[in-house]
Each structure stands twice: as C-alpha cells, then as structure tokens.
Write a protein that binds this ligand. Structure first.
Ligand SMILES: C[S@@+](CC[C@H](N)C(=O)[O-])C[C@H]1O[C@@H](n2cnc3c(N)ncnc32)[C@H](O)[C@@H]1O
Length: 450
C-alpha cells in the first residue's frame, strides 16, 4: 500500500487508538485528525481499513486485554506506555480475531516498536506476541467461566465489569446476555427527515430510488435503514441537508417536548445539535432556541450543520449549562445531559472504557446542577425533557426524583412505544434498550414547572 513516506497502517491505527484513550476523542474524530497527516494514492483505502481496525479493537478491547494480561504475567497492558500497549493490541487483534499469519502480525508490530522506541522494547513486543500466538483463548475463557461468571461475561462479550454487574442486577442474567450481544452487532442507522426542507414521503421515495430500503418507525419523521447499496451519507440529499442520521430514541425527545412555532426554547447541552435542529424543524423556524454547550469545538461544528440544514432560529451560546441564565424565562427546555453514554456501546464502542464509578459520580453531580438550572430558567407552567443515553438508574430515575424534590412535577406523558423505567416513577418515564428496540439504550422523562 502506497502511503506517505514512512507511515504504516499500524502507526496510523496506534496513533488513533492513543488519541482516543489520551484525549478522549471519538474514533471518528481521532481518525480524522490522524488522516490529516497522511497523503498518498491509497489514502481512502487506508482510511476504510483503519476505521474498521479501530472500531473492532475498541469493541473487543476487554477480550484483547485479557489475552495480553494472561501472557504478560505480573505486569498489565494498561500500565505499559499507551502507544506500545496499542501496538500490542493491534498485533493480538490481527492474530486472534482476523486470522492474520502470526509471524506477519508480529513482524509488522515489532518493526514499528523498533522505530518508535528501542531494541529492548522491540524484543519485549516480539516475546509478548509469540506468547499470544501460543495462548489458547477458549481454554482460558472456560476456566474463567468456572471461576467468575461476571468476569467471564465481561471478557467474553467485551464490556466493562461495572456495566455487566449493573445490568445483571437490573435485568437478570439472560437478558444481560441479550443486551451484551446486541451491543456487539453492527450499528443500525436511522434517518430523520429535515421537514424544514422536504417531507417524509419524498425522502422515502428518493432513498428507494437510490437503492436504500427503509421502513417506517414509531417516530413520525424517522425512517429505519434496512439495506443500502452505498452509505446514505454519500447521497446528494444528505449533502443538501434534506435528512440527517439520528438515533431513533434520540429523535423521540423533540416530539415529547413538542415545541410550538413562536416559543422560546432553551437547550442546556446542545452540541452537536441533533435535538436542537429537530426542535427548530417542529417550530418551523419560528420563535427562538438558545443552544448552550460547554464545548467550543462542538459549537463550531453545530454552526456548520445549522447552515446546511436551513435552521434559522437558533442562537448558539458557549457557556456552562449548570449556571447559564437569561432574564426572560423559557417556555420549554431540552436537557439532554452529558452522561456515562452507557446506552451507546453499539454505536461508540470506545466509550465502554472511558467511565469508572468515580467519573460517573462527577457526571451525576453535573446532571443535578443542570436540572436545578433548568428549573431556574423555566417559566411557570413551562415544560422540559430530561434525557440521557445512559442505562443507569442513578443518572435517570433517581435524577428525576431529585428534580421533583427541587420543585419540578413529572408529567404523565402517554409514551407510544418503548419500555417503562424503574423505581416508583417507572410508569411515567420512557426507556429503550438496544436488544429490544434496535436503537441506543435511552431514557426520557417529561417535567413541568408548576
Ligand atoms: C449528550 S451530549 C448532547 C447531545 C445533543 N443534545 C444532541 O442531541 O446532539 C452532551 C453535551 O453536553 C455538553 N456538556 C458537558 N458539560 C456541559 C456543561 N457543564 N454545560 C454545557 N454543556 C455541557 C457536551 O459538550 C456535550 O455536547
């Protein structure tokens, strides 16, 4: 493969994996950043291969690390230099998941280690990967299953242990296995029609004419992609902003909020803007949406998307949603809070490895501050949605109970699909699960200020 002078595919993949880990970038953004430095006639082919490697390595990381830690004896892959660890992960993935000839997989990694580090570490990488080659994964997993079933689920289906423990308590063992399996399946795409530009029937017809088979969903302006000849993002109507890719549950939020043309709406965690833009479409670009986000980069991206979609009634504000207020109160608020993202593992496998209990506690505190701030900004009689893409009760139902304590009322909204939630408010909130609803695991509650 002809790439830029001295850049190998293994270096690109290790660079991306390292950026994901150290800078907490998404796979997509990490690869975009790495590929800015790559030139050559095979760049696009390399991009496709690198994307598949990064996605699969993130997906299978617990199993890959189990193999590496079993042969490392004493030290752990997480304690090695991040770049070196990622090169070892790539070698292990190639050998044990892709069936690449072990000598070739080892050689490709050892060459990069020699160049980036030194001979000692190249020898170390060589020795580790030779052990990986000999390691019998199935036998080790069988022994693990006898010893510790939770750990076995965590390794076998490559999910964080805390998640497995949490879901087993919540849903029981069998349903947990179904959820874990569904998180490992290929992503399902949904299309939300941008009704500012076009209607659902026209988009449906256009997609079918272009080899995309779709079906209707419980959400009026959303279509489920069943089959396609080329990715929908390569179609002209996507480029023209006639439709967006948006998860099914996420696209339900704006309908539940039901903002009306002419209202004043606040979005306290708005970027990259899916729900803001959906609300703008339901408001037919009339009234005002104040879209707040903490991340400047994400707001810049949001501004670009806004132009493409023909959204005209949104004011972007770079601020902290925990404290931002305006003198005039709002009719409606969207609070799609930052969260553990534990409902998005099928879509973003890298987030599986990003959260621990400590970090989750911190994000819950932000969610609660944002709920208090939403209360402050809401006009009397005003309504809001609280949503997250987390599976956890402490980020969802318990936060709704907290909001009720602070003065908000829970609206008994007639949700038309999805599951009930947990605790005493379970009947009045909405949840989806990846294994049941074929979308992100998601939570929505509708609240009102008396
Ligand atoms: C779940 S995402 C929002 C997704 C968005 N509502 C959509 O539908 O496209 C959470 C967002 O919260 C932002 N965020 C995190 N902490 C924040 C804070 N203290 N104030 C405002 N935004 C914050 C993040 O930058 C991120 O864009």
């Amino acid at each position: 493969m002809e790439l830029f002078y001295r850049v190998t595919l293994h270096e690109i993949i290790a660079d991306a994996l390292t950026l994901i880990e150290e800078r907490e970038l998404s796979s997509k953004h990490a690869l975009e950043r790495v590929f800015r430095r790559v030139e050559g006639k095979d760049k696009e082919t390399a991009r496709g291969i690198a994307h598949a490697y990064v996605f699969e390595i993130e997906k299978w990381r617990a199993k890959i690390d189990f193999i590496l830690n079993s042969v490392l004896k004493g030290s752990r892959v997480e304690d090695l230099d991040t770049y070196l660890a990622n090169l070892l992960r790539i070698g292990t993935f190639e050998m044990k998941f892709k069936g690449v000839n072990p000598a070739i997989a080892t050689d490709s990694v050892v060459r990069v280690v020699k160049e980036k580090f030194d001979l000692t570490r190249a020898k170390f990488a060589n020795a580790v990967l030779r052990e990986v080659e000999k390691f019998n994964v199935e036998r080790a997993l069988k022994r693990l299953k006898e010893r510790d079933r939770i750990e076995w689920l965590s390794v076998r289906f490559s999910h964080p242990r805390w998640y497995v423990e949490y879901v087993v308590k919540l849903l029981g063992y069998d349903e947990t296995v179904r959820l874990l399996l569904s998180n490992l399946r290929p992503q399902r795409y949904y299309i939300r029609v941008n009704t500012l530009k076009v209607d659902v029937d026209r988009v449906k017809r256009y997609l079918e004419e272009n080899g995309v088979r779709v079906s209707l969903t419980p959400v009026d302006d959303v279509l489920k992609v069943l089959e396609y000849e080329k990715p929908v993002t390569k179609l002209e109507w996507y480029r023209k902003g006639y439709f967006v890719i948006q998860d099914l549950a996420s696209a339900y939020v704006a309908h539940v909020l039901n903002p009306e043309p002419g209202e004043r709406v606040l979005d306290l965690a708005a970027a990259p803007g899916s729900k803001t833009f959906h609300a703008a479409a339901l408001m037919e670009n009339r009234g005002e949406i104040v879209a707040v986000d903490y991340s400047y980069d994400r707001l810049i991206k949001m501004r670009e998307r806004m132009k493409k979609l023909g959204v005209k009634n949104v004011k972007l504000v770079h601020a902290d949603g925990q404290s931002y207020t305006e003198k005039e109160k709002f009719d409606k608020i969207i609070l799609d809070a930052p969260c553990s993202s534990s409902g998005t593992y099928r879509q973003f496998p890298e987030v599986k490895w990003r959260f621990n209990e400590e970090k989750i506690k911190r994000v819950i505190s932000v969610q609660r501050n944002m709920l208090i701030n939403a209360y402050r900004n809401l006009a009397g009689g005003g309504e809001m949605t609280y949503s997250t893409c987390s599976i956890r009760i402490d980020e969802n139902e318990q936060n709704v109970l907290f909001a009720i304590e602070k003065g908000l009322e829970l609206v008994d909204y007639p949700f038309e699909w999805g599951d009930k939630g947990f605790l005493e408010i379970g009947d009045k909130v909405f949840r989806t699960w990846t294994h049941k609803h074929d979308c992100n695991s998601f939570f929505i509650a509708k609240l009102r200020k008396p």
